[in-house]
Ligand binder design. Sequence first.
Ligand SMILES: [Zn+2]
Length: 306
Amino acid sequence: MKKYIALVLVLLVIIISIFFFFPTHLVAKILNQTASVFFIDSITSKDLREKYDNKKPIKILVVPGHDQTSYGTIDGNVRELDLNLELGRYLAERLKRNDKFEVILAQTEDGFRPELAEYFEQEKGLIWQFKEQKAAIMDALIGEGKINRKVVVDHISASNDTALKLYGLNHWANENKIDLVIHIHFNDYPGRRQDSIPKYAGYALYLPEQQYSNSKASWDIGRDIAKSLATEFAPSNHPQESAVLIPDQELIAIGSFNTLDGASVLVEYGYIYEPTYAPATPAVRSENLKRLAALTAYGVTNFFRD
Ligand SMILES: [Zn+2]
């Protein structure tokens, strides 16, 4: 009997402390999270196309990768962030030409959109809770043997600040029912500066690994984007990217721990040091970035018109 009383007391303390330490809106939000559940599709290509045909706005979030405090890789004096921001601007403009798309550009040269910047700041607690909760579910399923951990390509771990923004973007995208998230990056590889001629060139797409709830639709969209890019650009010749479309469990951007409901595609558009990108004159570089944007938008539109 004593054991039960002790147990009840412990439980009571836990419950009271949860409500005491977390503001009520936060508790409500956590309980209300309807984010992706393993084994159930959070989004399907069929639903997306129906929505498009029924003239309901398709919400697309364009995310130029990295930010002013962590700008990604660099070549000469051109930062990856600069390429990502410029391409992001062109892509958002291109997509907006289709009035069925409601396009949100996550950041510009001036930083993240105010509503996102505020969200990262004010909802820090909620965002970490969300990540911890999703990670715990996935770990438990891996422990039970229902989900397999898969690592195809190793990535540099995101810093805490970057991780907060990326999980924040996922949570915000879930809350705002974003249909598609497109992350823009340029690639590089360790030890490149020691090579007299850099080894790799070309684009690759990272997509949610098949066990994630947003995987199938993301792959369908990714295939259409890759097909469109292939008409004018060469795919990656990196041996780990030979598939061009690469399943990934670890990248937060595409929903690690099953944290993203909407479809998501992370495009590494090419290697930063390729002559058409960082080393090119600003005018030539812009021309190439505009082509990449146009082809990406074309691929996305093709998916919806299928
Ligand atoms: Zn990057």
